[in-house]
Design a protein around this ligand. Structure first.
Ligand code: AMP
Length: 215
């Protein structure tokens, strides 16, 4: 099965994806996490992506598609896949279709998580991310046991530069301009698109996400 979780930054795609990936016994592929890992490792890709990420801009499609192609090549060809934060442009969606059709696969389900901009800004302002493992906490909704310390790995929790208020507003504009057109794109695609209202507790959202995916 190939599933895409679509939605604006801060809507909770990552949180839902971790649980859903376990439920479908699939690979959680977050291009944001892959890019942050590349930056931590100091790779050429990490260096190229850094400026775009800190400014809240999208990293160019060609770099993202290479990253996804390489990552897919490293996993079993029949693995269930759960994409989080990818695709973010119609060029990336077309690129994904062609990579999948090359191995006789297709996008099966697309789930759109929706929330108001006010909620998204509030969530991202409270978000704290682990510098070592990327786990995400929130000072309002989902606190770590010890302030500033990751429950998963003991790493330091930081407020990401791109979660600062001005950058958050810019990321929401970028979403509207470049990613929101994917809603109509997938509504017209074989996969169809199902909407889940994400301004609720994460357990309620998760139930609806599972129903939408049919697991
Ligand atoms: P995320 O953690 O998914 O919000 O991604 C953080 C940042 O990484 C984004 O603001 C972009 O700069 C970059 N990024 C992640 N995924 C993509 C993608 N599919 N296309 C372009 N840029 C991306």
């Amino acid at each position: 099965m190939v599933v895409i979780l679509l939605g604006p930054p801060g809507v909770g795609k990552g949180t839902q994806a971790v649980r859903l990936a376990a439920a479908i016994d699939g690979e959680h592929i977050s291009t944001g996490d892959l890019l942050r890992a590349a930056r931590r490792d100091g790779t050429e890709l990490g260096k190229q992506a850094q400026g775009y990420m800190d400014a809240g801009e999208l990293v160019p499609d060609a770099l993202i598609l290479d990253l996804v192609r390489d990552h897919l090549a490293s996993m079993p060809s029949e693995a269930s896949l759960l994409f989080d934060g990818f695709p973010r442009t119609t060029a990336q969606a077309d690129g994904l279709d062609s990579v999948l059709s090359g191995v006789g696969r297709q996008v099966d389900r697309v789930v759109l998580l929706e929330a108001s901009n006010e909620t998204l800004v509030e969530r991202m302002s409270g978000r704290r991310s682990c510098m070592d493992c990327g786990a995400v906490f929130n000072v309002h909704l989902n606190t770590s046991e010890i302030e500033g310390v990751c429950d998963n790995c003991g790493g330091p929790l930081i407020h990401r530069i791109d979660d600062e208020p001005d950058t958050v507003l810019h990321r929401l504009e970028v979403y509207q301009e470049q990613t929101a057109p994917l809603v109509a794109h997938y509504e017209a695609h074989d996969s169809g698109l199902l909407r889940v209202q994400a301004e609720r507790g994460m357990d309620d959202v998760y139930l609806d996400v599972r129903n939408a995916v049919g697991v």
